[in-house]
Design a protein around this ligand. Structure first.
Ligand SMILES: [Zn+2]
Length: 130
């Protein structure tokens, strides 16, 4: 089955381009970035505390759309997409999610997250920026 290299969605064989990302599908995906985080990026920086599932999901997707690696951390660990089946037992600790991004991407990620959060950035941020 072909996959989209960008969103990693699996498609039927008769589809060759991802309708969401406009990316040409590939027959096999590279290893899950989440599984190899420690090999690729040594240092993950907590960027912001996001209070709602919707906001957390939106922020994560916006960063990924800009090719900025990011993960959400909740009470059960790291995961890429909130609301995924199998996470029914999950309960955010402290009523929120921590958004983390590799050290190399902090500046770019902050720029994006600031735009998404607007005035909420100041109370959500976990990093000091100018
Ligand atoms: Zn895609």
């Amino acid at each position: 089955m072909p996959y989209c290299p960008k969103c990693r969605y699996e498609y039927e064989n008769n589809i060759s381009v991802c309708p969401d990302c406009d990316e040409k599908l590939v027959m096999s995906l590279p290893p899950e970035p989440d599984a190899d985080d420690e090999k690729i990026f040594k240092e993950w920086i907590p960027l912001a505390r996001l209070q709602s599932t919707q906001l957390a999901e939106m922020t994560l997707e916006a960063l990924r759309a800009k090719d900025i690696p990011a993960v959400l951390q909740s009470g059960v660990g790291y995961f890429g997409y909130v609301g995924t089946q199998g996470l029914s037992s999950y309960a955010p600790v402290g009523g929120g999610y921590t958004l983390l991004t590799p050290k190399e991407y902090v500046d770019r990620a902050v720029g994006e997250v600031k735009v998404i959060l607007g005035e909420d950035w100041e109370k959500s941020k976990l990093v000091e920026t100018d």
